[in-house]
Design a protein around this ligand. Structure first.
Ligand code: 4AD
Ligand code: MG
Length: 429
């Protein structure tokens, strides 16, 4: 059996192809079957004279998305999809498919989401899945080639990391409530103290009540954590990382981005250095553009879009009011009202794709923060140990995979950036 993407190596030879019927047409003594196998599409030409009567009849009756095995000779054919064609000698039905629910006509989004398990077979969805795969590979390649060790944090955790309002809770035997992790960061910090540079990469969970196009309740996050990095080092790492991920992906996914009709002009500009503005400067931008905004509030999606429109590439906003950020962030020695935080805002309205900070490395200050945030200190004793035994300045950030894939693919909603999205009103299929 040959994969469609490798057909160029088989011109003039007879091959067996296995896949699913994408589409078909017929004209008199010839049937055209467009078959997909996940690696490409192929036009299979069945001439009445070249096959048995049964095979010719089958070729006319085979249903959309039926699975088939096809034998034929490979021909170059620039006018056909993919540039090759199969001159068929045999067609076998593997699994029939009658009344496939998703037809070429337009379907509503709820119908498509209900049929997500089938919708995944469409040209657009497979293109997105391939871009997602390429982004994941870029992320891993980047860190693997820079002396980082992959470090897997637990998913079941006894405490919150990113605030207590978005926790998924479960009973954990006799030990009381436990939570699905919101972020692997606190564990990554332990990893960084052991290995110097680590990154976590896995699913994270937020019981987000917000029904927006930027929020999933289950999403994948990559979180590098680096011992001895300060906020500036953290921003250097984030921009080098984003440039690498975007440039390698758009280089390698030309075909997929074409299917998605993604204009990549703006993505090509994702090159270092990225503009860096403080939170206070960002607030000034909002005001200058005539938007009401009070210093001290967190930016909403609309604010992020307005700020990012000032720049032609991702912008790094640093030094947020500590009040709106997590307990573990280090305060700015110049102004203790500010946290040494950084968010990267993507262009074109894609909003915050990276959130990070320098971490509080002083034991007493960290205990103070835990108290201020009303967090149960006994669950953080292990975390405090990292400040008791050889504490060092350290920093890291988290990149949301689905937000990144949406941005690169130019999607309107995160739901298409993950195979089976989990959102406030949907946990099926
Ligand atoms: O800004 P967040 O909450 O930061 C953290 O979790 C830190 N612990 C990261 C760190 O410093 N190691 O989340 C990081 C990123 C966001 O910038 C966004 O891209 C993504 O995770 N994200 C979401 N993506 C989809 N759905 C949601 N509900 C998301 N919440 C955050
Ligand atoms: Mg954030």
């Amino acid at each position: 059996m040959v994969l469609i993407k490798h057909l160029s190596e088989y011109v003039g030879k007879e091959v067996t192809i296995k896949g699913w019927l994408y589409n078909k047409r017929s004209s008199g003594k010839v049937k055209f079957l467009i078959v997909r196998d996940g690696t490409g599409m192929l036009q299979c030409v069945v001439f009445k004279g070249n096959v048995s009567e049964e095979v010719f009849e089958l070729s006319g009756n085979v249903g959309q998305e039926a699975s088939v095995e096809i034998i034929g000779k490979v021909k170059e054919e620039p006018r056909a999809v993919g540039g090759y064609e199969l001159d068929c000698t045999d067609v076998k039905l593997i699994g029939e498919s009658n009344d496939y629910p998703i037809t070429p006509k337009e379907h509503g989004i709820e119908f498509l989401m209900d049929h997500r398990h089938l919708w995944l077979r469409s040209k657009r969805q497979t293109a997105i899945l391939k871009v997602r795969h390429r982004v994941i590979k870029a992320i891993r390649d980047f860190f693997d080639s820079r002396d980082f060790t992959l470090f897997d944090p637990p998913i079941i955790t006894p405490n919150a990391c990113e605030g207590t309002s978005t926790l998924f809770e479960t009973e954990y035997f006799d030990l009381g409530p436990a939570y699905l992790t919101q972020s692997g960061q606190l564990y990554a910090e332990a990893g960084a103290m052991a290995l110097g540079r680590v990154y976590t990469f896995g699913p994270t969970f937020r019981a987000e009540k917000s029904k927006t196009r930027r929020h999933l309740t289950e999403f994948w996050m990559v979180e590098p954590e680096v011992a001895f990095n300060d906020l500036d080092d953290n921003m250097d790492l984030a921009e080098e990382f984003l440039e690498y991920v975007v440039q390698t992906t758009i280089n390698d996914c030309v075909e997929e981005l074409e299917v998605l009709e993604r204009d990549t002009t703006s993505l090509k500009r994702v090159k270092r250095p990225f503009p860096r503005v403080s939170y206070s400067e960002a607030v000034e931008i909002l005001k200058r553009k005539g938007h009401e905004f009070e210093w001290g509030n967190d930016f909403g999606g609309a604010d992020e879009t307005i700020i990012s429109e000032e720049f032609d590439r991702p912008v790094m906003v640093h030094r947020y009011p500590a009040e709106v950020k997590a307990f573990y962030m280090k305060r700015d020695p110049e102004n203790p009202k500010l946290a040494l935080a950084v968010d990267v805002l993507a262009p074109e309205g894609y909003g915050e794709i990276v959130g990070g900070s320098q971490r509080e490395d002083n034991l007493d200050l960290l205990i103070e923060r835990i108290k201020e945030h009303n967090l149960p200190q006994e669950f953080f004793e292990w975390y405090l140990d990292l400040r008791r035994y050889g504490s060092v300045p350290h920093s890291g950030f988290g990149l949301g995979l689905e937000r990144t894939v949406s941005w690169i693919c130019g999607l309107e909603h995160l739901r298409e950036a993950i195979p089976f999205p989990r959102m406030i009103y949907r946990n099926t299929p």
